[in-house]
Design a protein around this ligand. Structure first.
Ligand code: ADP
Length: 155
C-alpha cells in the first residue's frame, strides 16, 4: 500500500446499481483520485436478482468516460479487499437513520480490521433519497418501468 493516490472503494450489493449510487460515485470524485466500485457477493444477501456480471457491465458502461472509475466484483472481507487494492477510503452513502445505524457499526468493525481505513459518508441528494435497490427490484419483478431510476438501459 505505497501509493499516495487517494483511492476509495465504493462497496455494495448494487442489485441493481441505481441513480442514487451513481450520484455518490460522481460526488466522490471531488474527494478521491480513483474510485473502485466493488460489487460484493459474500453477504447474507447471497441470492441476487440481477446477475453480478451483467451488473458489472452496466456499471462499466455508466462510467465509460471516467478513466479513474473501475468496477470489480469481490467475495472477501471489505476491509481486506480495500487493503489489497491500496484503497485507504471506503465511500458510502447515507439516506436515513437506518443507514446510519448500520454504517456506524460496519465502519467500527472495518477500522478494527484495517486501522488506516477511513470511511467517508456522503449524504444522499434529497431527490434520490427514496431510491433503493429493493424498491427497484420489487417494481421490476411485477413488470413496472424502472428505467428512470437506473443510469443505464436494461437489456
Ligand atoms: P449494501 O448491500 O452494502 O447496503 P447497497 O448496494 O444497498 O449495498 O448500497 C451501497 C451504498 O450505497 C450504501 O452505502 C447505501 O447506503 C448507499 N445508497 C444506496 N442508495 C442510495 C441513495 N439513493 N442515495 C445515497 N446513497 C445510497
Amino acid at each position: 500500500m505505497s501509493t499516495s493516490k487517494r483511492i476509495a472503494l465504493f462497496p455494495g450489493s448494487f442489485d441493481p446499481f441505481t441513480r442514487g449510487h451513481e450520484d455518490i460515485v460522481l460526488r466522490g470524485l471531488q474527494l478521491f483520485d480513483e474510485i473502485i466500485v466493488a460489487i460484493g457477493y459474500n453477504s447474507q444477501k447471497s441470492t441476487r436478482y440481477f446477475d453480478i456480471n451483467t451488473m458489472s457491465d452496466y456499471i462499466r458502461q455508466t462510467f465509460a468516460s471516467y478513466p479513474n472509475i473501475s468496477v470489480v466484483t469481490f467475495s472477501e472481507l471489505t476491509a481486506e479487499f480495500a487493503r489489497r487494492n491500496g484503497a485507504r477510503f471506503l465511500l458510502r452513502g447515507l439516506r436515513n437513520t437506518t443507514d446510519f445505524e448500520y454504517e456506524n457499526s460496519i465502519s467500527q468493525i472495518n477500522k478494527k480490521l484495517f486501522e488506516e481505513l477511513e470511511s467517508v459518508f456522503l449524504i444522499t441528494t434529497p431527490q434520490l433519497a427514496w431510491i433503493s435497490s429493493s424498491i427497484i427490484r420489487e417494481v421490476h419483478r411485477y413488470g413496472g418501468d424502472v428505467s428512470e431510476f437506473l443510469p443505464y438501459r436494461l437489456k
